[in-house]
Design a protein around this ligand. Structure first.
Ligand code: NAD
Ligand code: UD1
Length: 338
């Protein structure tokens, strides 16, 4: 069964392609490589023994998408392509809305014209903004606090309206918490360009000696040790969650939205300790001011994902750190210079 995977060369997309191939699906990648490296395709092949077909194209290019859609019989699409930097979404909101909202809209029109009505969409826990209720259930209020979060909430709304108007669509909206780690082979992983925005890649780069020390953004939150608490989920669990959601969406009409998280929160200091223990390296850090826009605590209620798509995360924090470290050591500068 062929699955169109937009953004399939990226961090989550590449891991999901591995999980799809291992589950017997045939992913076909459409990626413009604006935030990924073609080497990721060869690495998917190294892990699975299968080289996914890939097309260097923009999801917002209807001619290019038509060509791909006409040359295959796809059962569904998984849509990862988009931009994800929160800070840049604040400074360049038009770019974020063009890429995420206009890009998704154009893709949806291409899919519809190509007769594809099954879709999995990458949303984010960021749509919940500063939710008060912990753990966060899917019916918590959608109240994003930045343009990136709004762009995800807008696409969710478009998909809800589409599913309501055209009952032959089957759509799974997946709200990811904090994806981290890498495939256990160390062949594929997260390869941020420039200074990492997110905690895990920053900690890995400090441990490997690429950066001097970590800045811990605030130790005065209402959490057990004062540092921010998040729901980190191993990227291969997340990838397997896509396969589970895909199977559900292939069999049911309408739209469902589920959280993909573990239901467990970990603090920044706990992550540092866990990473030091698995890597055997020290991670020097200093406490600084809070990062504007951060919330103290965020973790998922994973019950609906268990009930709806039969998904439960299996890998623990030690595996997340071990696999992130293995990737970092084998690829100290990511995919470049190799
Ligand atoms: P990523 O940047 O590694 O992957 C995105 C991929 O899409 C890249 O390969 C990029 O080259 C490609 N792409 C971007 N714009 C494109 C376009 N117009 N046409 C074709 N390809 C395009 O990011 P990721 O971490 O793998 O995230 C995947 C999706 O999941 C994104 O939509 C992101 O917003 C969402 N998400 C990510 C996280 C996270 O923490 N990584 C959390 C929640 C949601
Ligand atoms: C951030 C985004 C979120 C996005 C997610 C995944 C913000 C406000 N939120 O989430 O929209 O979906 O990334 O891409 O940017 N931390 C440090 N030092 C660092 C980096 C992070 O102490 O150098 C702390 C943060 O304060 C937070 C935790 O580590 O408590 C996790 O941060 P991060 O990895 O950036 O993820 P989120 O903030 O949860």
């Amino acid at each position: 069964m062929k699955i169109l995977v937009t953004g399939g060369a990226g961090y989550i997309g590449s891991h999901t392609c591995v999980a799809l191939i291992q589950a017997g699906f045939t992913p076909v990648i459409a990626d413009n490589f604006s935030n990924s490296h073609p080497l990721a395709i060869s690495r998917i092949e190294a892990i699975t023994g299968t080289r996914p077909e890939s097309h260097n194209c923009d999801i917002a290019d209807p001619d290019a998408m038509r060509e791909i859609l006409q040359s295959h019989k796809f059962a569904a699409a998984i849509h990862f392509a988009g931009v994800k930097a929160v800070g840049r979404s604040v400074s360049e909101p038009l770019e974020t809305y063009r890429e995420n909202v206009a890009g998704s809209l154009s893709l949806l029109q291409s899919l519809k014209a190509g007769g594809i009505t099954r879709l999995i969409f990458s949303s984010s826990a960021t749509v919940y903004g500063g939710a008060e209720q912990m753990p966060i259930p899917e019916n918590a209020q959608v109240q994003p606090t930045n343009p990136y979060g709004h762009s995800k909430a807008m696409v969710e709304q478009i998909l809800q309206d589409l599913a309501a108007a055209e009952p032959d669509w089957g759509i799974g909206v997946l709200r990811y918490f904090n994806p981290v780690g890498a495939h256990k082979s160390g062949e594929i992983g997260e390869d941020p360009q420039g200074i990492p925005d997110n905690l895990f890649p920053y900690v890995s780069q400090v441990a490997v000696g690429r950066r001097e020390k970590l800045q811990v953004f605030g130790d005065d939150y209402e959490t057990p040790d004062g540092t921010g608490v998040r729901d980190y989920i191993h990227v291969m669990d997340l990838a397997e969650g896509h396969v589970a959601a895909l199977k559900t969406c292939l069999q049911s009409d309408g739209l469902f939205a589920v959280n993909l998280g573990t239901g467990q929160g970990s603090s920044v200091l706990e992550i540092i300790k866990a990473f030091e223990a698995t890597s055997g390296r020290s991670v020097p850090y200093e406490i600084t001011d809070r990062r504007p826009g951060d919330v103290g605590t965020s973790y998922a209620d994973p019950a609906k994902a268990r009930e709806m798509i039969g998904f439960e995360a299996k890998r623990d924090l030690t595996q997340m750190c071990r696999d992130a470290w293995n990737w970092q050591q084998r690829n100290p500068t990511g995919y470049s210079n190799q």
